[in-house]
Design a protein. Structure first.
Lengths: 158, 145
C-alpha cells in the first residue's frame, strides 16, 4: 500500500537560502570595497608627490551588486600611467640623493616648489606594488567580512 | 638566487636573439635595472626591471614561494617599430615554458612568465626628440638549478 508523505517548510527553506545568499553577497561586496579602500590607502603612502594632483586623483569604485561586485582602485591624472610605469625615473629617496644640490640651493619660493625633499618611500609602481605586497591583508579583509556575513546568516530569525 | 629575475629574463631574451647585451654591438641592447641615455647609448633600447614580487604561500619544507615581478621598458624612435619589438619580446616570454638559462655559470629554469598587463604605450618621452616608450609587465616563476 502506498504511503503518502507530506514535507512541509520547503518554501521557508528556499526563502531562508535566498536571504542568506543576499546577506553573503552584501558581505562579500563590503569586503571587496574595504579591501579596495585599504589598497588605495597603501598606494597613497608611496605615490610620488610633486604638486599633489596625482595623489588627489586616486579613487576606489565598486560596481555591480552582491557576488558580482567589481572594485577598481584608480588614479585619474592623465600622466598616472606614465609615472606608474617609468621605473627608471628617480622618486623618493633616490630623487633626494640625485637632486641634493638643486634642493640645497633652492631659495626662492618658485625654486622650492620644484626642488624639495620627497617622501622617502615614494616610487613608481605605486599601485601594483601594494597590490602584491598587501595581498595577504587584502584577502584577510575580504574573508573577514565574509565571515561576518556568515555569522549574520547563522543569527537570522527562524 | 644569486641573480635578479630581471637579469635572468634579460639573458633569456639575449639567448633568443631578440636583443643584445649592452657590451655587444648590435641593435636593441637590453639593460638591467635602468634605461640609460647618452651619446653612447642608442635610442632604440630595452630596460628590464625588477618589480614587486608576489609571495604565494610556502612549500611544506618552509621555503616561501615567490612569483617575481619583471617589467620590460622599451624606448624607440619610431612608434610602430617600438610596438612590434615589444610585441615580439612579450610573445617570446609568453612561450617560455621550462626553459633553461645559463647565467654566469649558474643555471636557472624559467618555468613560466605570466603577463600581468598588455603592452602599455607611455607616449613620448619627456624632454627628448619624439622617442616613444612602451612597457609590459610579468610575473615569472624561476627555479634555481
Amino acid at each position: 500500500m502506498a504511503e503518502l508523505t507530506k514535507v512541509v517548510g520547503k518554501e521557508e527553506i528556499a526563502k531562508a537560502l535566498r536571504a542568506a545568499n543576499v546577506t553573503m553577497g552584501s558581505a562579500v561586496r563590503r569586503g571587496l570595497k574595504r579591501a579596495g579602500l585599504y589598497l588605495q590607502r597603501k598606494s597613497q603612502e608611496i605615490v610620488p608627490v610633486h604638486k599633489g594632483n596625482l595623489k588627489a586623483s586616486a579613487g576606489t569604485r565598486a560596481t555591480g551588486t552582491g557576488w558580482n561586485t567589481d572594485v577598481v582602485v584608480f588614479y585619474t591624472a592623465a600622466y598616472a600611467v606614465y609615472v606608474h610605469e617609468r621605473t627608471d625615473v628617480a622618486h623618493g629617496k633616490e630623487f633626494n640623493i640625485k637632486h641634493a644640490d638643486e634642493i640645497a640651493s633652492a631659495h626662492t619660493p618658485a625654486q622650492r616648489k620644484v626642488w624639495f625633499n620627497r617622501g622617502e618611500n615614494q616610487q613608481a609602481k605605486f599601485l601594483e606594488t601594494p597590490a602584491r605586497t598587501e595581498k595577504p591583508m587584502l584577502l584577510k579583509i575580504i574573508t573577514g567580512e565574509a565571515q561576518t556575513g556568515m555569522k549574520q546568516v547563522g543569527r537570522a530569525p527562524k | 638566487m644569486n641573480h635578479s629575475p630581471a637579469y635572468i629574463i634579460s639573458r633569456y631574451l639575449i639567448d633568443q636573439g631578440l636583443v643584445v647585451a649592452p657590451s655587444d654591438s648590435g641593435s636593441w641592447p637590453i639593460f638591467v635595472g635602468c634605461l640609460p641615455d647618452g651619446p653612447e647609448t642608442p635610442s632604440n633600447a630595452v630596460g628590464c626591471m625588477d618589480t614587486a614580487p608576489s609571495r604565494d604561500g610556502r612549500i611544506m619544507g618552509g621555503s616561501p614561494f615567490f612569483h617575481y615581478g619583471v617589467q620590460l621598458l622599451l624606448r624607440a624612435t619610431d612608434y610602430n617599430t617600438g610596438y612590434s619589438k615589444i610585441a615580439s619580446l612579450v610573445s617570446s616570454l609568453d612561450q617560455a615554458d621550462s626553459v633553461e638559462v645559463a647565467v654566469d655559470s649558474e643555471g636557472y629554469t624559467i618555468e613560466n612568465a605570466s603577463q600581468t598587463t598588455g603592452i602599455i604605450p607611455l607616449g613620448q618621452e619627456e624632454g627628448t626628440k619624439r622617442r616613444y616608450l612602451f612597457s609590459a609587465n610579468f610575473l615569472v616563476t624561476i627555479k634555481e638549478e
